[in-house]
Design a protein around this ligand. Structure first.
Ligand SMILES: [Zn+2]
Length: 169
């Protein structure tokens, strides 16, 4: 089964018939990722399998896979990461149900019992995208700048002392 990711879905209904929805979505269409990605070209593969577990909880087996271009926080140049995340989401209707949910489940609270695949995808992505990412030291052009700044910072106190000594006379 495939579906338009922005269309509203009811996980409980889908779980009753054990539906599985797979597809691809353009990263550019994921609104909540704006500002996180340096470039939004590319696609994301997703798979969601819905079922009711033994205790009657609606479960969504989620799997997303993509390649993201983020910004190195040291040199501000692109850095590419492969991202794959599998999660088991347990649907909760009320806040107090969070505690009763099995530990291996991530709580998924729904408004009015419905959501969209896009919401699910964005939630999963936002949980797994690193907030601060750096190139390895030997591949990052920001390291030289950083070394220079550090070196200048070290020299500075002596320069200050020199001028202080001069003014003494
Ligand atoms: Zn870098």
């Amino acid at each position: 089964m495939t579906s338009d990711p922005s269309r509203s879905i009811n996980p409980v209904l889908l779980a009753k018939t054990k539906e599985r929805i797979e597809g691809e979505v353009k990263l550019a269409s994921l609104a909540r990722l704006k500002g996180i990605l340096l470039e939004n070209e590319g696609e994301l593969k997703y798979s969601f399998a819905f079922e009711i577990d033994e205790s009657g909880i609606c479960v969504v087996n989620s799997d997303i896979q993509t390649r993201l271009i983020l910004e190195c926080q040291r040199c501000f140049k692109p850095i590419e990461i492969e991202l794959q995340k599998s999660s088991i989401l347990g649907v909760v209707n009320e806040k107090d149900e969070f505690d009763t949910l099995a530990k291996e489940y991530e709580p998924l609270q729904l408004e009015g019992g419905v959501t969209t695949l896009q919401e699910l995808i964005e939630d999963e992505l936002l949980l797994s995208v690193p907030l601060s990412i750096l190139h390895p030291v030997n591949e990052c052009s920001g390291v030289e700048d950083l070394n220079r700044i550090n070196a200048e910072a070290k020299l500075q106190p002596f320069a200050g002392l020199a001028s202080l000594l001069k003014n003494k006379d």
